[in-house]
Design a protein around this ligand. Structure first.
Ligand SMILES: *Cc1c(COP(=O)(O)O)cnc(C)c1O
Length: 801
C-alpha cells in the first residue's frame, strides 16, 4: 500500500494517544509495539475483508492446512515487508527518535510450535498468501508455548513460555464463530422414519471451541488469508454454579500447553483430545462457511481441499465422514468418495517411535462416534482389499490392529495423496515405512520437497545481503528467488566477492555482539562460525560435532602453534523435557564450552557457544552469520530438514550427510561447494539388515578417536559427572544405533578440508556464492505451487519460472 512518512507519523502518534492517553515520550517500547501492531492491522484490514469476499464471490477453491503446530516467528517486520511499508515505517520512527529494531525485538515469538514441522506450516501459509492462493491455516491457540530454555550449571532448565502475557495484537477473537466439540459419553444409532440411522449422544462432555484469527499477509499483492487457531472454553450454559473446578480444569487443559516433543508419539489422552478438538472445530467451521457461499454440499469436492500436516490432524477423515453422514445425510459411499477426494496427507518422519498410534480402549471411550466410523472404515478396507492383496498384508495395514488405532494408515487410506518431503524420504516411505500401503495405493504416493520462505529467511533476516544482491541482479529475485541463479555471473568478480565477505563480517559482528552482551563470551569474527541449530535429538548427532570440538581442543593443546583458522562452534537446541539422553548431551556441550573457553593455552582460537532458547528470532540472527552449516544426521533419519536451506540461502557451506534435502542441496550447489561425508542411507539399512555394526572396532582402530572418547570418562572434562559415562556407554557398550563413530573419520576429514579452504578467501566466497545462487530452488513458493498443481488441483496466478 501507499503511505507517506508524514502520514505514518501522524497515524502512529494518534494511535499512541488513543491507546494510552499520553505522549509518545511517556510510552515503553512494548507500548509502541502494540500501537504499531494495531496500526498495521488497520492498514491491512481492508485487504483482509476484500480477500475473503473475493474468494466467496469468485467461488475459488479453498485449501485448509491443518497442523498441530505453527511457528511463524515475529510478525511485525514481515507484515510491514509484505505490505510494502517497511522502509516508510522505519524512516518515520527514526524521525520520531525511535529505534525500529528495538521496538520489533520486544515482540514475543508465538509459542505455537516445536521446530521444523511448525516452521514449515508457517512458511507455507506465507507462500500461499504471497501466491494469491486461497489457503488458510487451522490449528491450536496454545496458552503456553514450548518452554523457555535457560541453563543452570550447564543443565537445561525449562521455564514457562508465557508468550501471551502482554496480549497478542495480531489475533481477533471471534466468539460468534465458536463451535461445540463433543467428547466421551455414549452414542447409539436410532432408526429414523426414512429408514436411516441417526446417532444419539448421551452424557457427552461438551467443549466450546473459540476461534482466534490472524491475518496472513501476502507479499505486495493485497491478499490476506487467515490462520485460525482454536481455544477451548466451557460452553456458555455450562459456565454456571454447579460446574466443578475439576471440570473447568479439564477444559482449560486442552489448549493450555504445546506438547514439547514432535519426534515421539506422545501417548497421552490429552494429546488425543487436542487432536480431535482442533480437527473437529476446523472441519465444522469450514462446512459452515462453505454453506454460506453455496447451496448444498454437492460440489464440496471441487471447492475445498483439506491438507493434514503429519498425522496429528488425521481425525479430519472420520470427522468429515461424521458430519457428511450425520448432519447432511449423505450415504457412506457418497461421504467416503468426497472425503478421499478432499483430504491429502504429508508424512514427516521415518522414525518408528514417531508413528502415532492410540490404544483402542482410550480412543473408543473418548470419541465413541468417531470410533464407530473408524471401525467401518477398517471393515470396508479389509473387505475390499483382502481378495486383492491377501489377509496378511491387509492385517498389517488396516487402520485397526494390535489393539491400536494406527493414524498413518488411516491417513493413507482416507486421502487421495500421500507425500514425503524430500526425494530420499519419499523413496524410504515407499520401500520401508509405508511399503505395504504403497502396494495397495501406488498412485497416491508422491514427493514434495520442503521449502522455506525466502522473504523471512533472506530478505528480512539478512538485509545487508539482500541489498548487495539487488545491486548486482536487480530486485526481481525478491518475487522469484530462482533468479538468484544470475549471481553466478559474479563468480570471478573480485569486487563482488569482497563485498560478500564484508556482508558476512557485518552479520558475524552482530551475532558476536549478541553473544558478548547475553553470554559474556568474546569471539573473533575472523573465526569460522560453525553452526548447528535444530532440536536436540540423538539422530541429529550433535554428539558427532562435540567429538570434533574435543579433537580440535586436543590438537591445539598438543601444538599451540598449529596452523588452523580460529573456530567458533555455535549451538542452538532445545531438548524435550523428558528426553534424558538429549539433556545429557546439552550438559556435555556446556561442560566442553566451559573447559575450552577458559583454557589460556587455547585463548581465542577455539570457542564454544551454546545460545539458550533457540527459536525463529534467534535463527534470524544466527543464520546470516554462519560460515558452516552442520547437517550431520544419520543418513535416512532426517526426512528433509529446512535449516539446511535457510543456511544455504545465507551463504553457509553445508557440512552434510547424504540425508533428506541435503542430497538435493549438494546437487543444486555442486559437490565442490559443499562438504558431504559419511554413510549413505543404503549403507545404514545394510548395517541394520546384517546386524553387524560394531562401534567398538572404530574405538580400537582409531587412536585419535579413542583419545577423544576417553575424555568423556577420565575426568578431562571437569564439568560433567555421570553424563560422560552415560554417553560413552551408549556409544560403545550399547553399540550406538546412530553410527556416530562410523562417520567420525570422514567427518573429521571434511572439517580439516574446510579449514584449509577457509584460508583462501576468494575460493571460500565463491563457494558461498554458489550456495546463495542455487538456494532459490528451495523457495517455499515453488513447493506450494507443486502442492497446488498436483495435490490440491488449484488454479492460481502463480509466479513466472
Ligand atoms: C527451521 C527451523 C527448524 C528446523 O530445523 P532442522 O535443522 O531442519 O531440524 C527448527 N526450529 C526453528 C526455530 C527453525 O526456524
Amino acid at each position: 500500500m501507499k503511505l507517506t512518512t508524514a502520514k505514518f507519523k501522524q497515524d502512529f502518534l494518534a494511535e499512541i494517544k488513543t491507546l494510552y492517553a499520553t505522549e509518545l515520550s511517556d510510552t515503553s517500547a512494548l507500548d509502541q509495539l502494540l500501537a504499531l501492531g494495531h496500526l498495521v492491522r488497520r492498514y491491512d484490514g481492508p485487504n483482509w475483508t476484500k480477500t475473503s469476499a473475493r474468494y466467496c464471490q469468485q467461488d475459488q477453491k479453498q485449501v485448509y492446512y491443518f497442523s498441530i503446530e505453527f511457528l511463524p516467528g515475529r510478525l511485525l517486520k514481515s507484515n510491514l515487508l509484505n505490505l510494502q511499508l517497511l522502509t516508510t515505517v522505519r524512516q518515520g520512527l527514526t524521525e520520531l527518535g525511535l529505534d525500529f529494531d528495538k521496538i520489533s525485538a520486544t515482540e514475543p515469538d508465538p509459542g505455537l510450535g516445536n521446530g521444523g514441522l511448525g516452521r514449515l506450516a508457517a512458511c507455507y501459509l506465507d507462500s500461499m498468501a504471497s501466491l494469491g492462493i486461497a489457503g488458510h491455516g487451522n490449528g491450536i491457540r496454545y496458552r503456553y508455548g514450548l518452554f523457555k530454555q535457560v541453563f543452570m550449571d550447564g543443565y537445561q532448565v525449562e521455564l514457562p513460555d508465557d508468550w501471551l502475557r502482554n496480549g497478542n495484537v495480531w489475533e481477533i477473537r471471534r466468539e460468534n464463530k465458536a463451535c461445540l466439540v463433543h467428547f466421551g459419553g455414549q452414542v447409539w444409532l436410532k432408526p429414523t422414519a426414512e429408514g436411516q440411522l441417526t446417532p444419539v449422544y448421551t452424557n457427552t462432555e461438551d467443549v466450546l471451541a473459540v476461534p482466534y484469527d490472524t491475518g496472513i499477509v501476502g507479499y505486495h499483492n493485497d491478499v490476506t488469508n487467515t490462520l485460525r487457531l482454536w481455544s477451548a472454553e466451557l460452553p456458555p450454559n455450562a459456565d454456571q454454579i454447579g460446574t466443578s473446578q475439576a471440570q473447568r480444569d479439564r477444559v482449560d487443559e486442552i489448549t493450555k500447553v504445546l506438547y514439547p516433543d514432535d519426534s515421539n508419539s506422545a501417548g497421552q489422552a490429552l494429546r488425543l483430545r487436542q487432536e480431535y478438538f482442533f480437527t473437529s472445530a476446523g472441519v465444522q467451521s469450514i462446512l459452515r462457511h462453505y454453506q454460506r457461499c453455496h447451496h448444498g454440499l454437492k460440489d464440496l469436492g471441487q471447492k475445498i481441499a483439506l491438507h493434514i500436516n503429519d498425522t496429528h490432524p488425521t481425525l479430519v477423515i472420520p470427522e468429515l465422514m461424521r458430519l457428511l453422514m450425520d448432519d447432511h445425510h449423505d450415504t457412506w459411499e457418497q461421504a467416503w468418495a468426497l472425503t478421499t477426494q478432499i483430504v491429502s496427507y504429508t508424512n514427516h518422519t521415518v522414525l518408528q517411535e514417531a508413528l502415532e498410534t492410540w490404544p483402542i480402549d482410550l480412543f473408543k471411550d473418548l470419541l465413541p462416534r468417531i470410533y464407530q466410523i473408524v471401525v467401518e472404515i477398517d471393515r470396508r478396507y479389509r473387505l475390499t482389499k483382502t481378495p486383492l492383496f491377501g489377509s496378511e498384508l491387509v492385517n498389517r495395514t488396516a487402520p485397526l490392529g494390535d489393539g491400536q488405532v494406527r493414524m498413518a494408515y488411516l491417513a493413507v487410506i482416507g486421502s487421495h495423496s500421500v507425500n514425503g518431503v524430500a526425494p530420499l524420504h519419499t523413496q524410504l516411505l515407499k520401500n520401508d515405512v509405508l511399503r505395504d500401503l504403497y502396494q495397495v495405493y501406488p498412485a497416491r504416493f508422491n514427493n514434495k520437497t520442503n521449502g522455506i520462505a525466502m522473504r523471512r529467511w533472506l530478505q528480512l533476516a539478512n538485509e545487508p545481503l539482500s541489498t548487495l544482491i539487488d545491486q548486482h541482479i536487480g530486485t526481481k529475485w525478491r518475487q522469484q528467488p530462482q533468479l538468484l541463479q544470475r549471481l553466478i555471473a559474479e563468480r570471478e568478480n573480485p569486487k563482488f566477492l569482497a563485498q560478500l565477505a564484508a556482508v558476512k563480517q557485518q552479520n558475524k559482528q552482530a551475532l558476536a555482539q549478541y553473544i558478548q552482551q547475553n553470554l559474556g563470551i568474546t569471539i573473533r569474527t575472523d573465526a569460522i562460525f560453525d553452526v548447528q541449530i535444530k532440536r536436540l535429538h540423538a539422530y541429529k548427532r550433535q554428539l558427532l560435532h562435540v567429538l570434533e570440538i574435543l579433537r580440535e581442543y586436543v590438537a591445539l593443546k598438543a601444538d599451540p602453534h598449529l596452523k588452523a583458522p580460529p573456530r567458533v562452534h555455535i549451538f542452538g537446541a532445545k531438548a524435550a523435557p523428558s528426553y534424558h539422553y538429549a539433556k545429557a548431551i546439552i550438559k556435555l556441550i556446556n561442560a566442553v564450552a566451559e573447559l575450552v573457553n577458559h583454557d589460556p593455552v587455547i585463548g581465542d582460537r577455539l570457542k564454544v557457544v551454546f545460545i539458550p532458547n533457540y527459536g525463529v528470532s534467534l535463527g534470524e540472527l544466527i543464520i546470516p552469520a554462519a560460515d558452516v552449516s552442520e547437517q550431520i544426521s544419520t543418513a535416512s533419519k532426517e526426512a528433509s530438514g529446512t535449516s539446511n536451506m535457510k543456511l544455504m540461502a545465507n551463504g553457509a557451506l553445508s557440512l552434510a550427510t547424504y540425508d533428506g534435502a541435503n542430497i538435493d542441496i549438494i546437487q543444486a550447489a555442486g559437490t565442490a561447494n559443499e562438504y558431504p561425508f559419511g554413510l549413505t542411507a543404503q549403507a545404514v539399512y545394510d548395517y541394520y539388515a546384517r546386524g553387524d555394526y560394531r562401534a567398538n572396532d572404530y574405538y580400537q582402530s582409531n587412536a585419535e578417536l579413542k583419545q577423544v572418547l576417553d575424555m568423556l570418562v577420565d575426568g578431562s572434562i571437569p564439568g560433567i559427572s555421570t553424563e560422560g559415562r552415560e554417553i560413552y556407554e551408549s556409544l560403545l557398550r550399547y553399540n550406538d544405533e546412530f553410527f556416530v563413530l562410523a562417520d567420525y573419520e570422514s567427518y573429521v576429514q571434511q572439517q580439516q578440508q574446510l579449514s584449509r579452504d577457509f584460508r583462501d578467501p576468494v575460493k571460500w566466497q565463491q563457494k558461498s556464492l554458489a550456495n546463495i545462487a542455487a538456494a532459490g530452488s528451495f523457495s517455499a513458493d515453488l513447493s506450494v505451487m507443486r502442492y497446488a498443481d498436483d495435490i490440491w488441483h488449484l488454479r492460481h496466478p502463480g509466479i513466472q519460472l
